[in-house]
Design a protein around this ligand. Structure first.
Ligand code: SF4
Length: 428
């Protein structure tokens, strides 16, 4: 047999071994009332188990190993954290464990008690030769309710992990949700490639400063392009020269320090996504509305949310330019619907969730999940592969959950900790 200790852990947790005439290795009758609670910290594998050995009922910890001699190999002999272990559960009893007080540690050997069909399913799952994910041949056999419940759970895990970065930023911004949202939204405008300079730009230019100029679009553009470091050059066109003049005045007034222009990347990028175009769109969004988070949180309808980002009034200079001083064929530089949906998905849905968690208001958490259900799925390799193994991916709820499932579970073969894996292993 070939398996990891996790498998024994799993068998004990769900008591999947043959429990007929259960005895310890010294021949005492054994009854398991409760397997205990798995412990993810250091120390014994399960806490608060309840068992009876012979005539004595015990409550305490359970330690799991493949071989009983692992007790010594793992250095538990004189470790106080293990002194309340009431049962040693092992695959093979290759050595009796005598405790410092002279007692023999009660041990349950599972070698002859693991059902063959369970082992065979486990082996196929973990040691098979699948291309995409270990359960690609059997995931479709899992019922929709199990799959949906599990996807909801991993999606919440994903949002909780991502919320940690929002919470850290929120603390730095002294609890200011608007400022924090503005910084995250800016980073999203940069896609992955220019997320960092966009974020640095937002941090160099507080939203409150922009709010003072909300009725003057050219000053907003000057502040944004200037702080992005794009107005340090000499220009021929009138538009950048005007912005430069404006920025020189405003940077002194507010004591602003622009970021370095070299941080921005244009390489291997469609001109439509050049940072200059994204900055022009961002400026138009700021002109249209400040205090965006407060505004968005009042809107429940996804169409109305999209409208906040639709038909932004981008300076007409950009109709015929992708960069300063370089004229090009006229084209629309409006934000496309898929870009708007990605902004809603990665920023607003995350903030709704985080806001709900922070304020312990389930209402916002549910709204976040509902918003993801209304947005379309992203297109990427992971989504395509899940689709090809028979999992339909219709909404951002599905795609985000599957992304988390693949990256945090399937890629690490954490099938024993997975709701889908559990179902596959236990379906006879
Ligand atoms: S972690 Fe779950 S979904 Fe992923 S391969 Fe294993 S059983 Fe399947």
């Amino acid at each position: 047999m070939f398996f990891s200790e996790d498998f024994i852990h799993y068998i004990w947790k769900f008591r999947l071994f043959n429990r007929d005439n259960l005895q310890t290795t010294t021949g005492e009758n054994l009854e398991v009332f409760s397997a205990g609670l798995p412990n993810s910290d250091s120390g014994p594998d399960f806490h608060n188990a309840r068992i009876r050995v012979g005539d004595t009922t015990w409550a305490g910890n359970v330690e799991i190993h493949i071989n009983s001699s692992d007790w010594h190999r793992h250095g538990h002999t004189n470790d106080n954290a293990y002194k309340n272990v009431i049962l040693h559960v092992v695959y093979r009893d290759d050595e009796p464990i005598v405790l410092p007080d002279g007692r023999q540690l009660p041990t349950l050997e599972l070698k002859e008690r693991i059902p063959d069909d369970l082992y065979n399913r486990y082996h196929r799952l973990i040691y098979g030769t699948q291309q995409f994910i270990p359960c690609e041949g059997s995931i479709r056999s899992v019922d929709d309710m199990t799959l949906r419940n599990w996807l909801t759970r991993v999606l919440v895990e994903r949002l909780e992990k991502r919320s940690a970065t929002v919470t850290a930023a929120l603390a730095k911004n002294k609890g200011d949700w608007e400022e924090t949202f503005y910084q995250f939204l800016a980073a999203q405008f940069g896609f992955k490639t220019n997320a960092l300079p966009f974020e640095l730009l937002a941090k160099s230019l507080p939203q409150l400063t922009l709010a003072k100029h909300k009725n003057n679009p050219s000053q907003i553009e000057a502040l944004i392009f200037g702080q992005a470091g794009f107005l340090e050059d000499e220009f021929q066109d009138e538009y950048p020269n005007k912005l430069k003049e404006e920025h020189n005045f405003l940077r002194k007034k507010y004591n602003l320090v622009p970021i370095e222009k070299h941080l921005w990347k244009f390489m291997r990028m469609r001109p439509q996504n050049f940072p200059t175009i994204r900055l022009a769109q961002f400026a138009a969004l700021i002109v249209r509305s400040n205090h965006l988070f407060s505004k968005m949180i009042e809107i429940r309808d996804v169409t109305q949310l999209r409208e906040l980002f639709t038909r932004l009034e981008i300076n007409p200079y950009w109709d015929t330019h992708y960069r300063f001083d370089a004229e090009s064929k006229a084209s629309s530089k409006a934000l496309g619907q898929s870009s708007i949906d990605i902004l809603l998905l990665n920023t607003f849905a995350l903030f709704l969730f985080c806001y709900g968690k922070h304020n312990q208001q389930e209402y916002f958490i549910n709204r976040s999940l509902k918003l993801l259900e209304k947005l379309p799925a992203e297109q990427n390799n992971i989504v395509t592969n899940f689709d090809s193994v028979g999992i339909s991916v219709n909404t951002a709820f599905d795609s985000q959950a599957l992304l988390e499932l693949k990256n945090s579970y399937c890629s690490h073969k954490k099938c024993l900790q997975c709701g889908v894996g559990n179902k596959i292993l236990r379906t006879t």
